[in-house]
Design a protein around this ligand. Structure first.
Ligand code: HEC
Length: 157
């Protein structure tokens, strides 16, 4: 009877002690496939270029050429790439990319915000709003690069 009682106590205490142990941090389900430079080159830059090439105008030999899409399909492409820009901001906040939780996260949020404005502009086929979103986006790129891309060979040139 005594032995039986002690056995139960042992199990209870062991269970309590186990409960106090720090569980190992859960393994993240995602796996980053590139680094910050790769994300810039492969994802953010090409998507941003589509936005910048879809509003305003350029001068050609034939005169002024408007850049805004003229078809629903064209606007859909802009909307898709604006979504890529916005989600790139979220991706940059992941611990595998973010060097800190301060300014870096603020700039990344800026990408999300500018991307969302561009998504809405494209959905509304609103060229002026897209142009404004593109300008806002550009200022986010520059601001983050000024702080975090200081050692780039390009920056020294
Ligand atoms: C949250 C910060 C941040 C934002 C926002 C950001 N960048 Fe970057 N970018 C970096 C950093 C850091 C590097 C340098 C990466 C390295 O060399 O390791 C970089 C490098 C680059 C490069 C060079 C990549 C290479 O080949 O080495 C390009 C192109 C680029 N960014 C484009 C953009 C564009 C376009 C935007 C805006 C739409 C933007 N970036 C916004 C942080 C940012």
């Amino acid at each position: 009877m005594d032995i039986h009682f002690n056995g139960i106590m042992f199990v209870v205490i062991a269970a309590m002690l186990a409960g106090c142990e720090q569980p190992p941090p859960p393994e993240e389900p995602y796996q980053s496939v590139t680094d910050v430079a790769g994300l810039m080159r492969q994802v953010l830059e090409p998507a941003s270029d589509v936005l910048w090439d879809s509003a305003g105008s350029i001068m050609t030999e034939a005169g002024e050429e408007r850049l805004a899409p003229t078809t629903d399909e064209g606007w859909l492409v802009v909307q898709q790439q604006a979504t890529v820009v916005a989600e790139s901001g979220n991706t940059l906040m992941m611990p595998t990319y973010a060097p800190d939780q301060g300014d870096w996260v603020e700039f990344s949020k800026g990408l999300v915000a500018a991307g969302k404005v561009a998504m809405e502009a494209a959905a509304n086929q609103d060229e002026e709003a897209l142009f404004q979103a593109g300008a806002r986006l550009y200022s986010v790129c520059v601001a983050c690069h000024q702080l975090y891309w200081t050692n780039a060979p390009q920056a020294a040139e």
